[in-house]
Design a binder for this molecule. Structure first.
Ligand SMILES: *Cc1c(COP(=O)(O)O)cnc(C)c1O
Ligand code: SF4
Length: 331
């Protein structure tokens, strides 16, 4: 299937940003508009129309809506919820380049996303001051050239795939020119929320050099996997790219064994292996999504009893300063 390369830019530009329009499109109570406007001042609403189409009209508790609808609860400061819960600011070795774990680095190439997830741990990140593209990536590339112990680069953000293919192709080639790098990993929610993004140009640069590509998508609920999202995953799979998924455990969205089991099953059917189930990062404004650790452990125990082992994601938490994601297990 040929996908025209510019379709996704139109879909991205056409995302809904006005709470009143969202409420109207979904036939939701008007009183949600004012609260959404208040909360959107600190972190704007942004959601592609194709993602809205997967929501149930008239249902304020829709699990996809809950991920993107700004609420008053976001404006209530709470002890323990900070603006940089995972210590990203202190981990940047050069602007935008996070080297926290052995052997791999994370390059936050943009602060932009196609969707603004209300629980996002990067909602307060000062991207404009941390732009690694400044000076044509020179600082990040020279750090990587010097650090021979790094073999994997993770393109992240924001969402790295909001960048256009021409730039990404150039960056990928320059990474491939660094001999000790082996793997190019992409962390993106776009194959799910803006499936048009997975076009031929993207597949061409992602598979067009000597680096082993890996794509980690981000789906939280089985209703996200509609026909278009599955088709995007199929295009990635057909190009031979290993696919993993990470999910954030979110109260009122996916904190139920049926949702998580169905999500794993549908991902696997689409060629995607469940990877991480993240406990919420304690970012200011997201406390209403918190699922207590004890409940998360119960959910994983139910999944383990119900599913093939490879369908059970690893329950993890990120802790500032730790050498990797921390596995959460029963004690
Ligand atoms: C999560 C993360 C990674 C990737 O960790 P894996 O366990 O390999 O998936 C790498 N660097 C940073 C800074 C991260 O936050
Ligand atoms: S797509 Fe990812 S980085 Fe962007 S807002 Fe959602 S969770 Fe955050």
């Amino acid at each position: 299937m040929i996908t025209r390369s510019e379709d996704w830019k139109n879909a991205l530009a056409d995302a809904v940003r006005d709470p009143a329009e969202l409420i109207e499109l979904l036939d939701l109570p008007r009183e949600l508009v004012e609260a959404a406007r208040r909360a959107a001042i600190a972190f704007p609403l942004r959601v592609p129309r194709g993602f809205i189409a997967r929501m149930e009209p008239g249902n304020p508790a829709d699990p996809l809506l809950r991920q993107i609808l700004p609420l008053d609860a976001e404006n209530t400061p709470l002890a323990g919820y900070t603006t940089d819960p995972v210590g990203d600011r202190s981990a940047a070795v050069v602007p935008g380049l996070l080297h926290k774990y052995h052997g791999r680095v994370l390059l936050a190439i943009t602060g932009a996303c196609a969707v603004n997830c209300r629980y996002c741990f990067r909602r307060h990140f000062p991207y404009s001051a941390e732009n690694p593209a400044r000076g044509d990536w020179q600082e990040a590339l020279s750090y990587l050239r010097k650090h021979e112990e790094v073999n994997e680069v993770i393109l992240s953000g924001g969402d790295p795939l909001v960048y256009d293919d021409e730039h990404l192709a150039g960056l990928a080639q320059r990474l491939a020119d660094i001999p000790h790098l082996k793997t190019l990993r992409i962390h993106s929610r776009l194959p799910i929320v803006l499936p048009e993004r997975v076009n031929d140009a993207l597949l061409a640069w992602l598979t067009g050099n000597r680096l082993q590509p890996v794509v980690v998508v981000h789906a939280n609920h089985p209703a996200e996997l509609n026909y278009e999202a599955n088709a995007a995953l199929e295009r990635l799979k057909s190009a031979g790219i290993p696919l993993l998924n990470q999910t954030v455990l979110l109260k009122g969205v996916n904190d139920h064994p049926d949702s998580l089991a169905e999500l794993s099953g549908e991902l696997f059917a689409a060629g995607v292996m469940p990877y991480y189930l993240h406990l919420l990062d304690r970012v200011q404004g997201a406390a209403h999504f918190e699922v207590p650790e004890a409940h998360a452990i119960e959910l994983i125990a139910i999944l383990r009893a119900r599913l093939s082992g490879y369908l059970v994601p690893r329950l993890v938490r990120e802790i500032a300063g730790a050498p990797g994601k921390i596995p959460i297990t029963e004690v």
